[in-house]
Design a protein around this ligand. Sequence first.
Ligand SMILES: N[C@@H](CCC(=O)N[C@@H](CS)C(=O)NCC(=O)O)C(=O)O
Length: 195
Amino acid sequence: MKLYLTPAACSLADHIALCEAKIEVDTVKVDLTTRRTEDGGDFTRVNPKGYVPALAFDDGTVLTENAAILCWVADRAPDLAPRGEMGRIRLIEMLSFIASEIHKPFIRSFFPLDEKDKEAADRMIATRLAYLEAQWSGDYLFGDRYSVADGYLYVMLHWANLTKRALSPKLTAFFDRVHRRPAVQQALRREGLVQ
Ligand SMILES: N[C@@H](CCC(=O)N[C@@H](CS)C(=O)NCC(=O)O)C(=O)O
């Protein structure tokens, strides 16, 4: 199995989840400007959408979209999902929220149409993070239990740090807590982001 990723991109969330689940995977780096893989291949032949992440199985099938890959991992490692009858649905709800309400505004803020567009995206990120913060208690998004959604939010906060956004003490504490997890360190090391 191969995970196509770009270091520090959203694919880091999938990489972290696979490390948390102890699912062995080879990683292939993708240059998003040329859409070439590190071994010179055409990435659009793997994922015609042209973006990371893509998880390629040994039988040739390919799974894309963070929410889908993270759900796939959580289905194989139920400890990485919230419990209960509604657990899986709550996980999908959270992954959808992060993907469309935080991740996408970040991309818009990185590549805005103009200054007003950037301001609007930044406002949206701040509002969505404030919402999350207000509704959650405990160490992780689903209380005391770490889930694949926490790794996704961690990547968003990593971007916030890289772009020097002020984070509240609660979000900073969450970031530090997730950052210390051995699987997170393992994924960061494998992407060359820490030593
Ligand atoms: N809808 C996709 C979006 C993935 C995405 O935004 N990937 C970015 C990196 S964080 C990318 O590869 N961008 C390059 C491009 O869109 O051309 C998902 O949630 O998986």
